[in-house]
Design a protein around this ligand. Structure first.
Ligand code: UDP
Length: 255
């Protein structure tokens, strides 16, 4: 390794993340962080959701279908979907500079792409569906928390969808796979893989997003996918519960 490579190498501080077969917060390997979901929290949005996933706190707001501005962005035969992920300056340990950065632009793009095939855009030509997600407090997995919140906000807004998106990450820490990593596991682990799934008629139909940061064997990746699927089904049940709570008397369309 030459001098420049050495400079570029990011040396991660080693922290033992699995102690006596438990994670630092006491969770089992396949255990999610506590999740709290509330639909319809914002008066001015067409649909909204507040969601906590461990120490992550996020809000999603959906507007639309509505007229698209600027007008040249309209599509004659379908709706335009926009997704904006934003992290509040006070959401992280070291104050984040306000406004978009490369990371938030990338997260917004992949999140929008996860929803594109699910939202029935063809029903709303020339209109726009805007999804805003704001991270108020971050503790790793904010993109997954935001996707879960956005799904509930979209349902709350009455946007017709072919399925629901549910998202969770799997990490590799101290050589083992763990579900829904928190900040320490994300920072000091060997790999972090956020997944998003399309759930239709109560079953996982397809994968809408996978991102890989780090290294895993092919076998580990297969196991990670299975772990994420199980976790996603648990989250899906909570998303449904939050929606049902708001519309106690209304049956969910997909059922
Ligand atoms: N983070 C931070 N400052 C930043 C970006 C991220 O402190 O500018 C923290 C934050 O807690 C975030 C975590 O690092 O949740 C992991 O970030 P990553 O890019 O992996 O995205 P996430 O896991 O939140 O989807």
């Amino acid at each position: 390794m030459n001098e420049m490579d050495e400079d570029l190498e990011i040396k991660k501080e080693y922290i033992q993340l699995i102690v006596d077969g438990k994670r630092l917060d006491g969770r089992g390997f396949e255990e999610l962080r506590p999740i709290k979901i509330e639909a319809g929290v914002l008066k001015r949005a067409d649909g909204s959701c507040y969601l906590e996933m461990g120490r992550n706190k996020v809000v999603a707001a959906v507007y639309g279908p509505r007229e698209v501005h600027p007008r040249h962005m309209q599509e004659p035969s379908k709706a335009v979907v926009r997704y904006r992920y934003n992290m509040a300056p006070f959401s992280v340990e070291e104050r984040k500079r306000p406004g978009p950065d490369r990371r938030s632009v990338e997260i917004s793009k992949v999140s929008r792409e996860a929803y594109e095939p699910v939202i029935m855009k063809e029903l709303f030509p020339r209109s726009g569906i805007d999804i805003f997600v704001e991270v108020l407090q971050a503790d790793a997995g904010t993109r997954t928390a935001c996707l879960n919140a956005a799904t509930v906000a979209l349902v709350d807004a009455g946007i017709p969808m072919r399925g629901l998106i549910t998202s969770v990450a799997v990490a590799k820490v101290d050589g083992v796979l763990v579900l829904d990593p928190m900040k320490e596991e994300d920072n000091h682990g060997e790999a972090d893989v956020p997944f998003a799934f399309v759930i239709r008629n109560g079953r996982i139909e397809s994968i809408a997003l996978v991102q890989m940061d780090g290294k895993m064997t092919v076998e580990e990746m297969k196991k990670a996918t299975e772990m994420a699927k199980k976790g996603a089904m648990e989250i899906y049940a909570l998303q449904r519960e939050a929606i049902m709570k708001k519309y106690a008397a209304v049956e969910i369309e997909e059922e």
